[in-house]
Design a protein around this ligand. Structure first.
Ligand SMILES: Cc1cc2nc3c(=O)[nH]c(=O)nc-3n(C[C@H](O)[C@H](O)[C@H](O)COP(=O)(O)OP(=O)(O)OC[C@H]3O[C@@H](n4cnc5c(N)ncnc54)[C@H](O)[C@@H]3O)c2cc1C
Ligand code: SF4
Length: 328
């Protein structure tokens, strides 16, 4: 590990510091410390955000829920309003890591978790995301955990976080502040970028931007919602595949509104508009669910190691809808 200086920071100083090449923020440190130990990142300065007043969940005047960026994953998972109104988010948090990690990790840090691609974390191998232009070892290498959706010839790394998948389903936004102090809202669905030919640029944030909060709009509380995660072990494992579903049925029991996102299979939290379209206006029964879920893997590009993810995604979406609709 390369030596670095470390300092707690005040608001403006924190933003300005990160804008300087070589400096980085740290919150819970659960991802950052691994990346330092593995020499994937080598900042010369770490700015500790933990003294900033950005923790906690509050209800806004219009009924939206605002989750501060430094809120711990466990605190968010345990919050009664979040559990009652947005079960999909609470379930995604329950399925994240382990209790020990959830007590350290923050929601802002979770949005910015780096990929678990083996080669990204092994500095002895080529990786375009870690070292632009060096090549992608996963394309022909070990790619069991890599993406079948949203990849490019330069990178097929999965964005591995559970929380943003659920946040896409509830139409949430991220509040960011730039180094000039200007604040802007970014829909979670547009927060992560496709790799294209610049896989090293992963989000809509600019250097020095600070995540302040996440906001779940009041209208999402009208939706029933559910998260299903498929993984190698029952805990302490990232998703091979996950599905977040939020929907509202009308008085006749037909699907009036629906948002579905997938995780573990794509380079960013992956919305499934074709599945949504196949459900809209129909009663939520087993046949309709099965017919709709087959569209989940539309456009998938599979490789030797990850071809299993296409049928797994269809079954995971089907299972999430069946469990949500009480159709089991
Ligand atoms: C054993 C283990 C198992 C795990 N399993 C899962 C899992 O199943 N699902 C899952 O989703 N995650 C999992 N994780 C990942 C974990 O959830 C993330 O490491 C964690 O959420 C990151 O949050 P943090 O506060 O520790 O971030 P840090 O490690 O402190 O920082 C991560 C990144 O975010 C940046 N950052 C942090 N806060 C801000 C902010 N407010 N503004 C701007 N930049 C910021 C940092 O600069 C850094 O680049 C696991 C981790 C471990 C160690
Ligand atoms: S998939 Fe992306 S992160 Fe993995 S080796 Fe290729 S370029 Fe690197």
């Amino acid at each position: 590990m390369q030596p670095f200086s470390y300092a707690p920071v005040a608001d403006a100083a924190a933003a300005a510091l990160r804008a300087r090449a070589g400096a980085s923020f740290i919150a819970g440190g659960t991802d950052m410390l691994q990346l330092l130990q593995e020499n994937v990142l080598q900042p010369d300065e770490l700015a500790d955000l933990n003294g900033l007043p950005l923790a906690g969940i509050t209800e806004e005047a219009d009924g939206a829920l605002r989750i501060g960026a430094l809120t711990k994953l466990q605190e968010a998972a345990d919050h009664p309003l979040l559990r009652e109104r947005h079960p999909v988010v609470a379930e995604a948090l329950d399925a994240t890591a382990s209790p020990m990690v959830r007590h350290m990790a923050t929601v802002g840090g979770n949005l910015l978790q780096r990929t678990r691609c083996l080669y990204f974390r092994d500095v002895s191998t080529p990786c375009n995301k870690r070292q632009p232009g060096s090549g992608c070892s996963a394309l022909e290498g070990e790619n069991r955990h890599n993406a079948i959706l949203g990849g490019s010839e330069h990178c097929i790394a999965v964005q591995p976080s559970d929380l943003p998948v659920a946040l896409v389903a509830v139409d949430a936004e991220v509040l960011a502040r730039n180094t000039d102090g200007a604040e802007r809202w970014i829909p979670v669905g547009g927060f992560h970028r496709l790799p294209g030919d610049t896989p090293e640029i992963e989000t809509a944030l600019k250097p020095g931007d600070l995540i302040l909060a996440i906001r779940i709009p009041a209208h999402a509380a009208r939706w029933r919602s559910h998260y299903v995660k498929v993984r190698d072990r029952a805990s302490f494992a990232w998703a091979l595949c996950s599905a977040a579903v939020a929907l509202r049925l009308d008085e006749q029991g037909r699907v009036a509104e629906v948002r579905i996102a997938a995780g573990g299979v794509a380079t960013k939290p992956w919305r499934l508009p074709r599945v949504e379209q196949e459900l809209l206006g129909h009663r939520l029964d087993r046949d309709r669910v099965r017919l709709s879920a087959v569209w989940a893997s539309e456009g998938a590009v599979t490789r030797t190691g990850n071809a299993y993810k296409a049928p797994m995604l269809q079954h995971t979406v089907e299972r999430a809808l069946i469990e949500l609709g009480g159709l089991a």
